[in-house]
Design a protein around this ligand. Structure first.
Ligand code: 3PG
Ligand code: MG
Length: 398
């Protein structure tokens, strides 16, 4: 890893431009999950402790280059103040005279938050002039937004080339966790991939079969694999046009020594509802009116047995319709096994992706995982083996 960390930088008296991802969910002006904000607090704290003046740059939602009051970052100031336990000032633009003045007047111990970078249309074009305007506000650049590192934008990419640059604490933790899960993992490695569609995870599956020893496939996408193996899946969610692709993945995995684990038994209902009447059937016996909503107990036993043999688990996507009880059972049972093994020091467990984290939180297992990523799209792209522009820019700057 070629990038620098905060420890490599002289921060005393410096204005530190910190790119954070505080793209948190908000309902009626209330932050419903402040995880991303809490996770950047160590970076802010360490900069303050080193005598630096943190100036936060961030996007919020997708305003499409226009100023939109409902996407103003101003509304996050109270949540940030609680998380950082310090005063947070706000500038109504991320470049220009007002922002420059606010950055100049920032006092030791205070934090400055700049307005949504995506109010400028040039941000998402990775425009160097916009980045130059941002660079005028700081002496040092720190990227702590791993979850936005898959975007090559002015504040994540171009800016890293204009100032001495380093990774923040969260970026560092994310990259180290991913490296331990998929870069140089302790083997055997098991990947769990769930979610609705094979088509959105093709690149992921292709990359994983080259890297992992076991690949557990769950959720709606497992149905497509069952179809590829010639089984009927009734009214289940399945991408029948992807069946040849799924068959190819199975074949390629065999050649690479990666074992693909599909459900051997299934939980079937006729309606997509919580507590819908359901039955457990062998995987090849889904009735025509049936919908597969979860993996069955035999499948779970097989998955937990494979975890038992593994040293590393990397997880993206739930195993069933986890938002509907009791179709969260397979996800919960597998997650609790991974959590217990991690607690016992037998397993490194890393998970990421919006739905995944929601499912693991609901199972009560998340707290015991070795690492839970704050990233959705960036986590997926990293697992696909792609270079993330925000990380690559730091490497070069380092
Ligand atoms: C996210 O929440 O996925 C990140 O903040 C990136 O946002 P984006 O998908 O709108 O680029
Ligand atoms: Mg996204």
């Amino acid at each position: 890893m070629a990038w620098k960390t905060l420890d490599d930088m002289d921060l005393n008296g410096k204005r530190v431009l910190v790119r954070v991802d505080i793209n948190v969910p908000i309902v009626d002006g209330v932050v419903t999950d402040s995880t991303r904000i809490r996770r950047i607090a160590p970076t802010v704290r360490d900069i303050l402790a080193a005598g630096g003046r943190p100036i936060l740059l961030a996007h919020f939602g997708r305003p499409g280059g226009e100023r939109r009051e409902n996407l103003s970052l101003n509304q996050l100031v109270p949540t940030l103040e609680r998380a950082f336990e310090t005063k947070v000032l706000f500038a109504a633009d991320c470049v220009g005279t007002e922002a420059e003045l606010a950055a100049e007047l920032l006092q030791p111990g205070e934090v400055l938050l700049l307005e949504n970078t995506r109010f400028h249309a040039l941000e998402t074009k990775n425009d160097p002039d916009l980045a130059a305007g941002m660079a005028r506000l700081g002496d040092v650049y720190c990227n702590d937004a791993f979850s936005a590192a898959h975007r090559a934008h002015s504040s994540t990419e171009a800016l890293a080339r204009l100032l001495p640059a380093c990774a923040g604490r969260l970026m560092q933790a994310e990259l180290e966790a991913l490296e331990s899960a998929l870069g140089q993992p302790e083997r055997p490695v098991t990947a769990v991939v769930g979610g609705a569609k094979v088509s959105t995870k093709l690149e992921l599956l292709s990359n994983l079969i080259e890297k992992v020893d076991y690949l557990v496939i769950g959720g709606g996408m497992a149905n497509t694999f069952l179809v590829a193996k010639g089984m009927g899946v009734g009214k289940s969610l399945a991408e029948r046009i992807m069946k040849d692709t799924a068959a190819e993945i199975i074949k390629k995995a065999e050649g690479l020594g990666c074992q693909i684990i599909l459900p051997t038994d299934i939980v079937v209902a006729e309606t997509f509802k919580s507590h819908a009447p359901h039955q457990v059937l062998p995987a090849d016996q889904c009735p025509e009116e049936g919908m597969i909503l979860d993996a069955g107990p035999d499948s779970v036993a097989r998955i937990t047995e494979i975890f038992g043999q593994s040293k590393t688990v990397i997880w993206n996507g739930p195993l069933g319709a986890f938002e509907l009880e009791p179709f969260d059972a397979a996800t919960n049972a597998a997650a609790l096994k991974a959590a217990a093994m991690t607690r016992a020091g037998q397993l490194t467990s890393v998970a990421g992706g919006g739905d995944t984290v929601a499912a693991l939180n609901a199972s009560g297992a998340a707290g015991d995982f070795s690492y839970i990523s704050t990233a959705g799209g960036a986590f997926l792209e990293w697992m696909e083996g792609k270079t993330l522009p925000g990380v690559a820019a730091l490497d070069q700057a380092g």
